[in-house]
Design a protein around this ligand. Sequence first.
Ligand code: SF4
Length: 132
Amino acid sequence: MPDKVLVIPCSGMGKVYGLIGRESALKTVKDCPNEAKAMCLAYIVTGDEEIKDKIQGKRCITLDGCPAMCAAKSVELAGGIIEEKRRIVDTFRKHKGAKPGTATELTEEGWLIADEIAGEISDRVRELYKEG
Ligand code: SF4
């Protein structure tokens, strides 16, 4: 059986885009329990040998709240293979004027956008898993 695809959101505290990234990642893992696994960015950046073993050479999808791309950079440094780098802020080009909520709470519109991202990421996870 292929390894599960690792889904890694940035910590994104203090920004609504970070919250949307985390919620999207959680929904992806919930929707694809057999194909996806969430991983904690804070653990990855510790550089701990145990986490390096779990991520090196593994297929990963990162979700970053902003162009700083903390999750993508950290996963690359840890040796993960990034199959897709999602910038949550880019999704908002399709949702101009949207009011997604705050860093601590999403509005209904924010949840819909998180669901949309999760749907796209889930499709990608299933595709990657099928490829083996
Ligand atoms: S990518 Fe942006 S929102 Fe996410 S942790 Fe880094 S600085 Fe914060």
